[in-house]
Design a protein. Sequence first.
Length: 133
Amino acid sequence: MPRPLPRINRDSAPYWQSAKEHNLKLQRCTQCERLRFYPSLSCHYCGSLECDWTPISGRGVVYTYSVVHRAPGAPFADLVPMIVAMITLEEGPTMMANLVGIEEAEVRIGMPVALDYEDVTDEITLPVFTAPA
């Protein structure tokens, strides 16, 4: 069974395209100028329908994390143990992503991380985070 992948829709298509290009962008409201994650039709803060797409630095810190030792299904069996983290980006928003290339014993809340990419298919690239270079 293949691994389930995100479904791209009208609101998230620019996000997934930027991930595919390894140049992640988030929505920025043109009214209140706040960045938001996950992509949506309207601003989470002021409700505006107007936004543009802004590249992010790729730097963040671990807000919290969990280590998954039991795969949630057969498609994930080869990925465990898997570290799933909430990353607070330097620009403000917090996003969920896997931590890769970091040993479980090394992970700490507040540790700096850097954006990387996992090219899963020709259409889907997942943002992941790793230790900064």
